[in-house]
Design a protein around this ligand. Structure first.
Ligand code: PHB
Length: 398
């Protein structure tokens, strides 16, 4: 354990002894203090869109529901970790816990960053709400992790099952193309397992570097191999480059379809991807075109607050993540003790803008609908239109 976390523990013990001596008084004093939430996001660098989306969603939530829950003011401390350096995320998490005394850690744009912060949450006994990072194994890295985003396995398995049985596109052979790190490898494995179980064939599995990827040579290899389709996953922010290379290399004309997770057809990027996306089938847990009254209101308010940015799936992980913190505080009556908050979060159910969701009390992962979608022109813009629902779907593991 680092000396600084040790210092915090000592401070907590002294506070605890004083509380015992003075009866209820310190508790009342503590209740007047804000509950601090350390929100660590990539606000700069190649994954800054994830930070922008989640930050906007959390501000929208507080604008709509106020800045207190369970009688306590909720103060958000936003920190930029740049998105690419696990050591920076770990240091920021440690500083937030030790110096700022945050009682919840939240955010985490990419898997390696969530891995880096997990031991800090365990040592400090603070809930860590993972809003974006989506490798299946993440919640196993700390008993204090709760996830409000999704997992790649969760959205990929239904797409592979659907593609293997769909008789309109008749996809029987696929090449996979994924970013070469945690969530990409999960997506590749789960797609392969489900698609081959459904009778399909995988011709090859291509992995692209996470940083500065050049998709052109990979698209050429796919074109030369002529599978019925390419299945693609890249993290949010990188999808436009995939779509551009898919179009420029003429894969469609060569008879190769694209199917993908919704990370590639990220709603924030859809206006810049444009027409190229039309007709592409994908799967995900959220689309800005989700036709519920809650979502229509969310999209309208989000775009107003962000001055025109479309909410994407990461924004919803953020919106539901802060909702979970608020609801847990209401349940504990404002007590922000880590173990009590965590117990309150387990099993929580609510209607999200994406549909019904709950936190599995055993795995601390989100259970939610997964939708199969097709990109279409709607009201002058390209949207992922949901046409099939796999209800209340748990992370199937890898
Ligand atoms: C991840 O690093 O876990 C991650 C990031 C962005 C995504 C999906 C997964 O869109």
């Amino acid at each position: 354990m680092s000396p600084s976390v040790d210092t915090r523990r000592r401070a907590t013990l002294i506070g605890g002894a004083a509380a015992l001596g003075a009866g209820l008084l310190p508790r009342i004093a503590a209740a007047a203090d804000p509950v601090k939430v350390g929100l660590i996001l990539p606000m700069s660098g190649p994954f800054a869109s994830t930070g922008r989306e989640i930050d906007t969603a959390v501000r929208l939530y507080q604008q709509k529901y106020g800045d207190s829950a369970g009688g306590r003011k909720v103060e958000i401390l936003l920190k930029d970790d740049g998105g690419l350096m696990p050591d920076a995320t770990k240091r920021i998490a440690q500083e937030l816990v030790v110096n700022e005394k945050v009682q919840v850690l939240a955010g985490f744009g990419l898997t390696p960053l969530a891995f880096a912060a997990a031991p800090i949450a365990t040592q400090a006994k603070v809930p860590m709400v993972v809003m974006a990072a989506a490798t299946s194994i993440i919640p196993q890295r700390s008993p204090y992790i709760v996830r409000t985003g999704f997992t790649l396995a969760q959205v990929t398995a239904p797409l592979a099952d659907w593609a293997a049985k769909d008789n309109t596109l008749k996809i029987r052979s696929v090449m996979t193309l994924v970013s070469d790190y945690g969530p990409g490898i999960d997506a590749e494995r789960v797609f392969t397992k489900h698609f081959t179980a459904g009778g399909g064939k995988i011709l090859d599995s291509l992995r692209v570097p996470l940083q500065n990827p050049d998709f052109a040579p990979f698209m050429q290899r796919i074109k030369d191999s002529k599978p019925d389709a390419v299945f693609a996953f890249v993290p949010s922010g990188a999808g436009a480059a995939v779509m551009k290379q898919f179009a420029e290399r003429g894969l469609s004309a060569a008879g190769v379809r694209l199917i993908c997770t919704g990370d590639v057809l990220d709603d924030e990027l859809m206006p810049s991807i444009g027409q190229v996306a039309v007709g592409v089938h994908s799967s995900h847990h959220y689309s800005a075109a989700h036709p519920s009254p809650e979502n229509k209101e969310y999209v309208r308010d989000f775009m107003k607050l962000s001055k025109g940015m479309r909410p994407n799936f990461h924004s919803v992980g953020g919106y539901d993540g802060i909702h979970l913190v608020y609801e847990a505080l209401k349940k504990t009556g404002g007590d922000a003790d880590g173990d009590k908050l965590l117990a309150a979060m387990k099993g929580m159910k609510w209607t999200s803008v994406r549909g019904p969701v709950s936190i599995d009390p055993d795995t601390r992962d989100i259970v939610q609908n997964v939708y199969i979608r097709k990109a279409e022109m709607v009201d002058g813009g390209v949207y992922n239109v949901e046409f099939e629902t796999i209800p209340n779907f748990k992370d199937p593991g890898v």
